[in-house]
Ligand binder design. Structure first.
Ligand SMILES: Nc1nc2c(c(=O)[nH]1)N[C@H]1C(S)=C(S)[C@@H](COP(=O)(O)OP(=O)(O)OC[C@H]3O[C@@H](n4cnc5c(=O)[nH]c(N)nc54)[C@H](O)[C@@H]3O)O[C@H]1N2
Ligand SMILES: Nc1nc2c(c(=O)[nH]1)N[C@H]1C(S)=C(S)[C@@H](COP(=O)(O)OP(=O)(O)OC[C@H]3O[C@@H](n4cnc5c(=O)[nH]c(N)nc54)[C@H](O)[C@@H]3O)O[C@H]1N2
Ligand code: SF4
Ligand SMILES: [Mo]
Length: 752
């Protein structure tokens, strides 16, 4: 066993804590936190200790696969795979138009470089529509950011380290993280009597156990709960009137409505004590600083876009914006959005709103399973598993099967890959240069380029090379264009930059193919074989151009392209990652993009829904489906579908259980450790039950990421736990953003 610890990062959630790994041959033997990582500083949760189950899973793909006429797969060599995939997709483009080739994915929790390079393949194909997992969680929030602050990219982040009061709405950071060193930060708030932790969650989560105030809202009652909180702020004159007057627009109109809201009535509907809501309103108003985190508990539940709006009003009306401990608009190293052509506003078949370049994930099957001439005919799926992770798996599988061509780029044989015409096996995230664009922090934002710690598994390929070869096979790279760029790259990055800009001005396609052009030119000159990092040179340049002052404060020097070069050089050099921007609180105001720099308090499109809450009862249930199922809870035993082998979970049975309140179980005749059948309008499945009073009566919960098919030692595929989206339905989604109601699925439970 090698004694050396190699620096890399955890790939299991968006925080990407810095790791040091000791190898035993190709096995991941020892893992510890990297103290030099600028954000995680050595912090780790329990999940990465099992990373060998990812790296050396039995499900790893080791050769390109082609579907045979009999439905099985056969191995083919890479040259054949690239040639045939390019030809099949070009055929779709030439027959029906490149806009019929839909791209889904581009990265998971640890890997966004593949997605960066896929832009070139898409440009060759004329593929303009895309989406990814953000379009089933964050697009409603992004849209609201756009309404309040001017553009969807005006994304705010909390400052939980410094906040006097931290509020979590439908978010369980003890388990799911979402900000660096979450457990340490939560413990610090909980143990300081001058600070307060507020949790709005129907379930008594680990975070709620620590909280000063656990607002145990009724499932689906958030819109009423948040409105009651806002009404209490307004009616008790608890808002920051100076801030509101100087920085916002629409307060009168908003107040007119909130003055009419009965706090008592809305609290009753939400299932929360009025006294608690009023006390929390006063605690928030009296605090020096407040940060608020909203997540899937509202983003994947009824009124999700409206709830995002109400959540943001709380911190805006109390002036907790653009200040220490409050909410701020952060920098970004690169965009997480979908790209594509600027003008596209709605999906081609159903006319569904596109937000941040992303088609709502829930409507993807509707855009395929139709005879509409503009339907998607082909799909490229990269580093994501939509047949498992999107609503209504059965319909998603039908849609995948209805495509002319499905190409899947993954490291493992997934639920989605099984429907592909071609599967291209990627090298794992420990076998290549990788990075994520989850750069969401303020005032210190960090970025880490990870070096490979292992050679690619035989037969696999890194995504940048896959895309480069596809672009070449599609006729996109001309050696005559590349040679002068290579020569310039040999001189200096500045010479390269100038040559590239000049060449792209003459041949615009070079600009559209930029990631792959950089890979084939500049990439070949990078030290330590970091060819795959080439696209980051472009990202570093645009980051330095967008946030020059913040990049300078982080210690980088130079004018124009030199500043971006300095940033890029540090990225290549620092294996633990770098702080790429340091902000001042005033920067947040410079990033507000409304015409007059004020925050809009009125969002016209949401007002009917907002006012309509008065006539709604969130406790109403269909007698046929009296339970609310939260399908996809984050537990210590879940990590999306990144770990496929069920053996990674230490307590296998209980980790996959349906959680329910003991009183419900007793009424239904289900014993502790017994089994239950859960039925929704889309499906019915059986599983083991865990009894716990952390759930309210009438609320049951299943973990996310389970129910994967995985081969045992004999190669037989077994499924452990419930694949949650066998039970969900595509039509249960937010009317505006199209985000799914996964946390709020009407269900029936019976003893099995
Ligand atoms: N361990 C682990 N961590 C993860 C992941 C993982 O798979 N495993 N996945 C990562 C990913 S991709 C994401 S997006 C994040 C998600 O992170 P979270 O959003 O924190 O995760 P969830 O557990 O899905 O949902 C949060 C909470 O919503 C609550 N909830 C359910 N219904 C309602 C409701 O009606 N109202 C309110 N207010 N709350 C409700 C649930 O009880 C739950 O505690 O986690 C990331 N971190
Ligand atoms: N019912 C329900 N459904 C949900 C959720 C829920 O709470 N409830 N949560 C949703 C959320 S928030 C999210 S983010 C999604 C996540 O679901 P997906 O978007 O499907 O993402 P992951 O499960 O993270 O899958 C990542 C895929 O990337 C592959 N992979 C890993 N490393 C590499 C690599 O280096 N290269 C390539 N090419 N592939 C790689 C893995 O094998 C895996 O197939 O699930 C969503 N689905
Ligand atoms: S918090 Fe997220 S990134 Fe950090 S160790 Fe845990 S799963 Fe990995
Ligand atoms: Mo997610």
């Amino acid at each position: 066993m090698s004694q050396e610890f190699k620096k890399t990062a955890c790939i299991l959630c968006s925080i990407n804590c810095g790791l040091e790994i000791q190898l035993d041959g190709r096995r991941i033997a020892k893992i510890r936190g990297d103290k030099a990582h600028p954000a995680s500083q050595g912090y780790l949760c329990e999940k990465p200790s099992r990373l060998d189950y990812y790296q050396n899973g039995r499900d790893r793909l080791t050769a390109p696969l082609r579907r045979r006429p009999d439905g099985g797969f056969e191995e083919i060599d890479w040259d054949t795979a690239i040639r045939e995939v390019a030809a099949r997709l070009a055929h779709v483009r030439d027959t029906y138009g490149g806009d019929k080739i839909f791209y889904y994915g581009g990265g998971g929790q640890g890997n966004h470089l593949g997605g960066a390079y896929s832009g070139a393949t898409r440009a060759m194909l004329g593929s303009v529509y895309s989406s990814n997992a953000l379009a089933q969680e964050k697009t409603g929030e992004f849209w609201v950011d756009g309404q309040l602050f001017g553009r969807p990219r005006c994304h705010t982040t909390g400052d939980y380290e410094h906040a006097e009061v931290a509020v979590f709405v439908g978010k369980n950071p003890w388990q799911s993280h979402g900000f660096p060193r979450a457990r340490a930060v939560l413990r610090a708030i909980a143990s300081d009597e001058k600070r307060a932790l507020i949790v709005i969650d129907p379930r008594r989560t680990q975070t709620a156990e620590l909280a000063d105030y656990h607002i145990q809202v009724r499932p689906g009652g958030d819109a009423h709960c948040l409105t009651a909180l806002l009404a209490a702020l307004i009616q008790e004159n608890l808002t920051d009137s100076d801030f509101v007057e100087r920085h916002t627009r629409g307060f009168e109109d908003l107040t007119r409505h909130l003055q009419t809201v009965s706090v008592a009535d809305y609290c009753a509907r939400a299932g929360v004590p009025e006294a608690q809501i009023r006390e929390v309103a006063r605690r928030i108003a009296g605090a020096k600083s407040v940060s608020i985190f909203e997540d899937l508990g509202i983003q994947q539940a009824p009124h999700s876009t409206l709830c995002s709006y109400l959540e943001k009003l709380i911190y805006v009306l109390t002036g907790n914006f653009a200040k220490e401990g409050g909410m701020n608009i952060h920098t970004r190293f690169a965009s997480l959005g979908g790209g594509g052509k600027g003008g596209m506003r709605v999906s081609p078949v159903g006319g569904h709103r596109i937000i941040s370049g992303l088609i709502p994930a829930n409507v993807i099957p509707d855009e395929i399973l139709t005879d509409h001439p503009d339907r998607f005919r082909a799909m490229i799926v990269e580093s994501t598993n939509p047949a498992h992770s999107l609503a209504d798996s059965r319909r998603m599988r039908e849609a995948l099967d209805a495509l002319d061509t499905l190409v899947v780029i993954d490291i493992a044989m997934t639920e989605t890959a099984r429907h592909a015409d071609y599967i291209l096996p990627a090298a794992s995230q420990y076998e290549k240069w990788e990075a994520t664009f989850f750069t969401l922090e303020f005032p210190h934002n960090d970025f880490q380029l990870r070096a490979p710690i292992l050679e690619p598994l035989l037969g696999t390929m890194i995504e940048p090379e896959i895309h480069s070869r596809l672009v070449r096979a599609l006729g996109g790279l001309d050696e005559a264009d590349l040679a002068p760029l290579r020569a310039a790259a040999d001189k200096s990055w500045t010479a390269f930059g100038e040559a590239f800009l000049a060449a792209a001005a003459v041949t615009p396609m070079l600009g559209k193919l930029a990631p792959v052009v950089l890979y084939e030119t500049l990439g070949r000159t990078l030290p330590d074989g970091a060819q795959a990092a080439a696209a980051l040179w472009g990202a570093a340049q645009s980051c330095a151009m967008s946030f020059p002052e913040s990049v300078r404060r982080a210690g980088f020097e130079g004018e124009g392209m030199e500043l971006g070069n300095a940033l890029f050089a540090a990225i290549l050099r620092e294996r633990s990652g770098i702080m790429f921007t340091v902000d001042e609180y005033e920067d947040t105001w410079r990033r507000v993009e409304t015409p007059d720099g004020r925050i809009n308090l009125i969002v016209g499109e949401l007002m009917d829904e907002f006012v309509g809450l008065a006539g709604e009862d969130p406790a109403a249930r269909n007698p046929e489906f009296p339970f609310v199922l939260s399908a996809g809870e984050r537990r210590t035993s879940t990590a999306n579908t990144i770990y496929r082998d069920p053996a990674w979970r230490k307590k296998r049975e209980i980790g996959s259980a349906l959680r329910m309140n003991p009183s419900d179980a007793e009424r239904l005749g289900i014993d502790a450790g017994g089994r239950a059948r859960i039925t929704t309008k889309r499906g019915s499945m059986e599983t083991v039950v865990e009894l716990t009073d952390t759930l309210q009566s009438g609320h049951v919960s299943l973990p996310n990421g389970l129910g994967l098919s995985y081969p045992n030692e004999n190669g037989e595929r077994l499924i452990e736990g419930i694949p949650p989206n066998e039970l969900t339905s595509g039509e249960d989604r937010d009317w505006l953003a199209g985000t799914p109601h996964h946390k709020h699925v009407p269900a029936r439970v019976e003893a099995a």
